[in-house]
Design a protein around this ligand. Structure first.
Ligand code: SF4
Length: 369
């Protein structure tokens, strides 16, 4: 069995460690690229959301390297993600690829089915081995998310533009030849130490922007046209509403125990959206309110064309913009999104935020504070 999985930002490192630790042969999907998108667009229904198209591209690229099994996380709720595995299996089957799909769904109390799927994947019934591998994969997720947070902080402050990403790109190359928790963790730690030592320019004025939206889009740099790097190099520190580590902790470990760390976000969203409508629309609203209350300079929402939950969230965002007097920008991405127009809109938005900062400072000076 040769297992592959969809590429979603840095999550691939944790999935690789999980499979390595379970001694499951795995094929890392190549980084998402124009080729991935082209393949996925060619074989997927035209109106389906972009993440499914990219997933199909990932699978076909991995099948070409010998993959015969696909590991995919599932979801419940009203959006299309719940049907991804079925639809993707059908698409591949029509192309003559009869692959085995293993659904890595949050257990939602049903640990028997959850463990059954892991037994199927690993061929082992040793629960300790499985728990240890899961714990190590989760640890990697937290380490990589901590490295991302450091990069969000350092990018707008780095004296030499591009230095942060020099080390991150090196990490992505090296990880492909690493195996197991120890090696991957050491590489992340080494990169963290290197990024920490990057020289900062103390005179740079830093703008803070919250990124909200559909999880795949805000996490996979190819799909969001590397928004975090673009903004960072324009002098913007970002914070994202969603992280895979948080999502996994919430759904795998806390929900079954009836615990949630998202209560504050659900409460913040309540005046605008009272219930969960699928995807991460409620988080988009809740985090936008949170970011606004914390004094962020602006909010950017990114989601794929035809994403139903985010369309609903988008219709609410102008009210939040008005209620909290915070500028808001929305990007809807699909296979036709061009880099030049996207970057120009980002630059204009950042200019606006900088100007607002200056005006607020001038007002304070004039009023004698
Ligand atoms: S959240 Fe949006 S983009 Fe993601 S699967 Fe659901 S509808 Fe598609």
């Amino acid at each position: 069995m040769k297992v592959t999985f969809p590429h979603m930002g840095n999550q691939y490192m944790a999935t690789k460690v999980l499979l390595d630790e379970l001694n499951v042969e795995n094929i890392l999907p190549p980084e998402c690229s124009k080729d991935t998108l082209e393949i996925g667009t060619k074989y997927s229904p035209e109106s389906i959301c972009l993440p499914l198209k990219i997933n199909i591209g990932n699978y076909i690229e991995s099948i070409r390297q010998g993959a015969d099994t696909i590991l995919i996380s599932g979801s419940c709720g009203p959006c299309r993600f719940g049907y991804y595995s079925i639809q993707q299996k059908e698409i591949l089957s029509e192309l003559g690829h009869d692959l085995n799909f293993i659904l890595f769904d949050p257990p939602q109390g049903d640990y028997k089915t959850f463990l059954g799927r892991i037994f199927q994947l690993t061929g082992t019934k040793n629960p300790y081995k499985i728990i240890r591998a899961l714990a190590k994969g989760t640890k990697i997720l937290y380490q990589i998310d901590a490295l991302d947070d450091l990069a969000y902080y350092k990018r707008p402050r780095q004296k030499q533009i591009g230095e942060v990403d020099f080390y991150l790109e090196k990490l992505h190359k090296e990880i492909r030849n690493a195996k197991g928790y120890h090696e991957v963790s050491q590489l992340i730690q080494k990169t963290r130490d290197q990024v920490m030592t990057i020289e900062e320019d103390p005179n740079k004025e830093i703008i803070k922007v919250g990124i909200v939206g559909e999880i795949y889009t805000i996490i996979e740099p190819f799909v969001n046209l590397n928004v975090e790097r673009k903004l960072g190099e324009m002098g913007v520190e970002i914070e994202k509403s969603l992280k895979v580590s948080r999502w996994l902790t919430e759904h795998l470990y806390l929900h079954p125990l009836g615990i949630t760390l998202e209560k504050e976000i659900t409460e913040a969203a309540k005046p605008y959206m009272k219930t969960m409508i699928g995807g991460h629309a409620r988080e988009t609203i809740g985090y936008s309110v949170k970011f606004a209350k914390e004094g962020f300079d602006g909010i950017i929402q990114i989601y794929p064309f035809t994403c139903m939950p985010e369309i609903v969230a988008q219709s609410i965002m102008p009210t939040i913009e008005k209620d909290f007097d915070i500028p808001y920008l929305c990007f809807i991405v699909d296979e036709l999104t061009g880099d030049a127009g996207y970057t120009t809109r980002l630059e204009a938005f950042v200019d606006l935020l900088k100007r607002r900062r200056e005006m607020k400072r001038d007002e304070k000076l004039l009023s004698g504070y």
